[in-house]
Design a protein around this ligand. Sequence first.
Ligand code: SAH
Length: 223
Amino acid sequence: RSGRSAALRARMEERLLGARFRYLNQQLYTGSSQDAARLFRADPAAFHLYHRGFERQVRRWPERPVQRIVRYLRRRPASLVVADFGCGDCTLAASVKNQVHCFDLVPLSPRVTVCDMAKVPLAAESVDVAVFCLALMGTNLQEILGEANRVLKLGGTLMVAEVASRFEDTRAFLKAMTQLGFRTVSKDFSSSYFYLLEFAKTGPARPGPAPGLRLRPCLYKRR
Ligand code: SAH
């Protein structure tokens, strides 16, 4: 009997955690990056809950996108300086020899510099590679990618790994990226879970609206 009620309680707790995770996740994808920063500053426990939920989701995938970015960086010189926007647990920094600046809203690891990714404490044109691995969350995408453009050297690489179902119109998205100062170098649609896009910085972002720069929120189903 007590075994059964313990199992029931555990199942209820799982459900509650799942519901809170989905709620937080929705807030992150439907608000700006500044809203996300405020949310986690006010409630750091929410952040840890979010990350547990995120881990559980990504573990179901055949491959973690961050591993693809690790493989990519290992093929290139270790002297390249990297900025990891929305680094999470810093798997990337821990897996490569490069110097990696890790940015996130709350430190899951001592390597993290806590900040909103729309405003990172790096000098202009100071990094060779900027990474967004499942991290293009805020609605202010143009501002966030503009920040990546600012810190990247001319010709530097922007790597984006993002959930496939978030793309409404991939061509329009890539076209908008040219306005933000990025040329498409390669696109990998081979995984049904996520797209891997590589860009090179061609120059500063051009001002003005970039209507194609839209991603659907990534809403997880209740399981
Ligand atoms: N890149 C990691 C984590 C992806 S989860 C990986 O692939 O495993 C997305 C991360 O982006 C989370 O850690 C979340 O806290 C972070 N994030 C979301 N909005 C942010 C913001 N405005 N500024 C900095 N980090 C943000």
